[in-house]
Design a protein around this ligand. Structure first.
Ligand code: T1G
Length: 705
C-alpha cells in the first residue's frame, strides 16, 4: 500500500507510506485521493490529518514520471491539491521532515500545517529546470508573502521551521522525539480545530499582501538574481509565475502557473538538470559491487603533504568534524601549512561564514607531525605530495609499514598510475586514488580512482565518506588523466589551436563562456600555469608528437618565461585582477601559423564551441568504451562539478545526446575534412560514438558492464 488510512477519535489519518520518499507518482496520488474521499464522505469524521511514515514528509512529484503520460494522469498533482483545498473539514498537514516540491504544495493546500522540529520546507523545482506546478507559486505568496515566495522558489533552498513559522507557513512546531508522538499531537490539534469550528481556509479567499510588493518588485528581483542565474531559463519564469499571483485570482493564477510550468518542462535545460539529479544518485552504484557491503570505520584521517592541496584536503575533514593529522617532512613546511589552513578559516570568519569559535573548533581537530610513526592508528591516509611516481611510491612504501591493517591508502594524484602506486605496498586492496580539485576545500568534485585490486569495501567506504565531506564522488578507472584531465586535453587543444588559425585568445574564451563555461580554456591555462600544461603534454608526448603545432603557442610562451597569471604574463597580460590581450602573443601565433602553413581566417563562435565541446564528448566516448567511466552521467558530473560546465546543459555527454549523436558525428566529420591534415588527425569520431549514432541511441543508454 502507498497510503495507510485509519481513524482516531473522529479524525481521519492519511499516512503517506511509499518508501523511500513518498514521491507522488500516479499510484500514490490515487491512493491519497481515495483515502481523502473516504474521509470527506464519512459523517463521523470531523477532521483530517495527512502525515508520513518515511523520514521525509514528501519529496514531491515523481521525477521518474516526467515526460510520460503518468505525470499528468488523473488525479494530477494540481487537481489533488485543489481537491484538498476544497475540503469542508479541517485538513492538517503534519510535516515530520523534508516537505519538498509537490510535497510542500500538498501541505499548502491543507488548511493548517504543523511540523516536527528539524523539518524543512522547500520548492526545489527550479533545480530541475521547471517551476512549482501544483500551486506553489500561487499559494505560497498568499500564505506568506512575495519576498518569501520569490526567495524560496527561485533559489530552491528549503527553509527551517523557525523561518516557516515567521513566514506564516506553519501554525505549530512540536519538539517531540518520535513520529508516534508527533502523530498524536497532530491528531489532537486537528480534533481541537474541528471542535472549535476553526475556519477551513482556502487561498481562493486570500490575496497576496499588497504591502509585500510594488510595481517594480518583479523586474527588480530578476535584476537581482541575473548574475547568479545567468543562462538559466526557469528562475525568471518562477518570478513571472509569482507575479501572476499578484495580478490574478487563484483559479486563473493556477492556470497561468500551469502554462509557465509547461513552457519550462519541455526544454533542453529541464532535461539536462533532471539528468543530473539522477546522475548524482546513479554515480553511487558500482557495477558488480553490493551497495550494502559492510563499510570500514573512518574515525581519523591523515594527509601527507601540507601544501596548498594537502591543507585544502585536510580542511574538508575538519569541516566535517573528523580529526585530521597533517604530515610534512620538515617542521617549517608543516607550520606553514597549518598557518595557511588557519588563514583560510579566518578569511571565512571575516566573510561571516564561520564564527571565531568555529575556527578554533576546526583548528583543534588538526594535529601536525613530521613522523610517519604518528600515523599508526589512522583509518585513511591521503597522500598529496609532489606529482612524481617515484616520490609517491616511496611514501606508500612507508605508509605500508606504519599504517594499521585495513587503513585505506589514497593518492591525490591527478594523472599517475594508481596501480603502480598500489604495487609499492603489500596491500593493493587498500589502495585507491582520491583526486581532489583545487581549491580542494571548495571544489565539489572528487574523482575516486578504482585500481585493479582496490577492495569493494574500501571503494564504497570512500564513496560514503565523500558525501560526508560534501563532495560529489565519481568512480573512474586508471588511465592518464582519469576522466576530467584526460578530456580537458583535446578540449584545451582546440581552444588554443583556433588562435593559430586567426581567432584572438579573447574570442576563444568568449565563445566558451557564452556557451556557459565558467571560464574559457585559455584563461584556465593561464590560471593553472602554462608550464603545468606543457609538463602534462610532455608526459604524453608520444600521443601527439606527429602534430608539430600541438601546444606550440604554449611551449613558446613557456620558453619566454610567460607562465600565466603567476608571472603576470601568459597568453594575456595581468595587471592585478585585470587581464589584457597582448599583441605580441597574436604576432607569435601568426608566426607559428606561417611556419606551419596554417592559413589565418575568421573563426566563428559556433566553430570554436563545436570543436572544443564536441572534443569533450568524443573523448568521453572513448572513455566509456574503455570502461574508464561506467556511464555517461558520471562523465557529466565530472565536468559540472570539476570544470565549470553549465548545469543547464547537463554536461558534455548530455549536450551531445541533446544534439543527437548523428549530428555530433556529422559535425566532427565536417571538421575532419575542412581542417585538412589537422582535421584528419584529430577529428575522427570515436568508434562508440559512431556505433551509437548508427543505432540511433544516446550515450545515456550505454553502460560498459
Ligand atoms: N521523484 C522520484 N524519485 C525520487 C525523488 C522524486 N521527487 N526524490 C528522491 N527520489 C529517489 C532518488 O532518486 C533515490 O533513488 C531515492 O529516492 C532516495 O533519494 C508539481 C513537479 C528528498 C532530500 O526536487 O531532494 O514536485 O537512487 O538518495 O539523500 O511542483 O531525494 O535510491 O534509486 O536523494 O535522503 C521536486 C528531490 C520534484 C526533491 C532525500 N522535488 N529529492 O534525500 O535520498 S518536482 C525534489 C531530494 C515537483 C511539483 C513539481 C532528495 C531528498 P535511488 P536520495 P536523500
Amino acid at each position: 500500500m502507498s497510503v495507510l488510512y485509519r481513524t482516531v477519535d473522529q479524525v481521519a489519518v492519511i499516512t503517506l507510506d511509499l518508501a523511500p520518499v513518498n514521491s507522488l507518482g500516479l499510484a500514490l496520488r490515487k491512493a491519497i485521493r481515495d483515502a481523502y474521499e473516504s474521509a470527506t464522505a464519512d459523517e463521523n469524521i470531523k477532521a483530517i490529518v495527512i502525515n508520513s511514515s518515511q523520514k521525509v514528509f514528501c519529496a514531491g512529484a515523481d521525477i521518474t514520471e516526467f515526460g510520460t503520460e503518468q505525470s499528468f494522469a488523473d488525479p494530477s498533482l494540481p487537481s489533488l491539491c485543489d481537491l484538498i483545498e476544497a475540503s469542508a473539514k479541517p485538513v492538517v498537514a503534519a510535516i515530520n521532515g523534508m516537505a519538498l516540491g509537490g510535497g510542500l504544495e500538498l501541505a499548502l493546500a491543507a488548511d493548517y500545517r504543523v511540523a516536527k522540529t528539524g523539518a524543512k520546507l522547500g520548492l526545489p523545482e527550479v533545480n530541475l529546470g521547471i517551476i512549482p506546478g501544483a500551486g506553489g507559486t500561487q499559494r505560497l505568496p498568499r500564505l506568506a508573502n512575495v519576498n518569501v515566495a520569490l526567495d524560496m522558489i527561485t533559489s530552491g533552498v528549503p527553509i527551517n521551521t523557525d523561518k516557516a513559522v515567521e513566514a506564516g507557513l506553519l501554525d505549530k512546531v512540536y519538539g517531540v522525539e518520535t513520529d508516534e508522538e508527533f502523530e498524536t499531537v497532530a491528531i489532537e490539534y486537528a480534533s481541537t480545530l474541528a471542535d472549535l469550528n476553526a475556519p477551513v481556509l482556502s487561498c481562493e479567499n486570500l490575496e497576496v499582501a499588497a504591502d509585500s510588493y510594488s510595481d517594480d518588485t518583479f523586474s527588480a528581483y530578476k535584476a537581482k538574481i541575473a548574475k547568479k542565474t545567468a543562462g538559466y531559463y526557469a528562475p525568471n519564469r518562477c518570478v513571472d509565475s509569482v507575479e501572476a499571483a499578484t495580478q490574478l485570482p487563484l483559479k486563473e493564477g493556477l492556470q497561468r502557473e500551469a502554462e509557465i510550468f509547461q513552457d519550462c518542462a519541455d526544454t533542453p535545460q529541464a532535461r539536462a538538470q533532471q539528468h543530473l539529479f539522477f546522475a548524482e544518485r546513479a554515480a553511487g552504484v558500482i557495477p558488480g559491487v553490493d551497495r550494502k557491503v559492510p563499510l570500514r570505520d573512518i574515525k581519523k584521517v591523515a594527509v601527507i603533504g601540507a601544501g596548498t592541496m594537502g591543507g585544502g584536503i585536510a580542511m574538508n575533514f575538519a569541516n566535517a568534524g573528523i580529526p585530521v593529522t597533517l604530515l610534512e617532512i620538515k617542521k617549517e613546511f608543516l607550520d606553514n601549512g597549518l598557518a595557511k589552513v588557519r588563514q583560510n578559516y579566518e578569511i571565512s570568519a571575516k566573510r561571516g561564514r564561520l564564527t571565531e569559535a568555529q575556527v578554533e573548533e576546526r583548528m583543534a581537530l588538526f594535529t601536525g607531525t613530521t613522523s610517519y610513526a604518528d600515523l599508526a592508528d589512522v583509518d585513511l591516509v591521503i597522500e598529496a605530495v609532489f606529482e612524481n611516481l617515484d616520490v609517491k611510491k616511496e611514501v606508500f612504501t612507508e605508509l605500508d609499514k606504519v599504517c594499521k591493517p585495513g587503513c585505506i591508502l589514497a593518492s591525490n594524484t591527478s594523472t599517475l598510475d594508481v596501480n603502480e602506486i598500489a604495487e609499492a605496498t603489500s596491500r593493493p586492496e587498500d589502495v585507491l586514488g582520491l583526486h581532489f580539485f583545487s581549491p580542494a576545500n571548495v571544489m565539489k568534485l572528487l574523482e575516486v580512482i578504482r585500481a585493479d585490486k582496490t577492495a569493494d569495501d574500501a571503494l564504497m567506504t570512500t564513496l560514503k565518506l565523500a558525501k560526508t565531506i560534501k563532495k560529489v564522488p565519481v568512480v573512474v578507472g586508471v588511465c592518464y588523466g582519469f576522466v576530467g584531465n584526460r578530456m580537458v586535453a583535446p578540449y584545451s587543444r582546440e581552444a588554443f589551436r583556433v588562435i593559430l588559425e586567426g581567432a584572438t585568445p579573447e574570442q576563444s574564451d568568449l565563445a566558451l563562456t557564452n556557451f556557459g563555461m565558467a571560464m574559457g580554456a585559455v584563461s584556465m591555462g593561464d590560471m593553472a600555469g602554462i608550464d603545468i600544461g606543457c609538463m602534462a603534454a610532455e608526459a604524453n608526448r608520444e600521443t601527439w608528437e606527429d602534430d608539430k603545432t600541438y601546444q606550440a603557442l604554449q611551449f613558446n610562451l613557456k620558453d619566454l618565461g610567460r607562465l600565466g597569471q603567476k608571472t603576470g604574463r601568459g597568453v594575456y597580460i595581468y595587471e592585478g585582477r585585470d587581464k589584457h590581450n597582448d599583441p605580441e602573443v597574436l604576432e607569435l601565433a601568426k608566426a607559428i601559423a606561417t611556419e606551419n602553413n596554417i592559413e589565418q581566417r575568421d573563426v566563428s563562435e559556433q566553430e570554436i564551441v563545436d570543436r572544443a565541446i564536441l572534443m569533450l564528448a568524443n573523448e568521453g566516448a572513448k572513455i566509456l568504451d574503455e570502461g574508464i567511466a561506467y556511464r555517461s552521467g558520471d562523465i557529466d558530473l565530472v565536468y559540472i562539478y570539476g570544470y565549470g560546465f553549465p548545469a543547464y546543459r547537463g554536461g558534455p555527454m548530455q549536450y551531445a545526446d541533446e544534439l543527437g549523436l548523428d549530428e555530433v558525428v556529422k559535425r566532427l566529420k565536417h571538421y575532419q575534412q575542412s581542417l585538412g591534415e589537422y582535421g584528419e588527425r584529430w577529428f575522427k569520431p570515436a568508434p562508440l560514438l559512431e556505433r551509437l549514432a548508427a543505432e540511433g541511441k544516446p550515450f545515456k543508454d550505454f553502460q560498459k558492464m
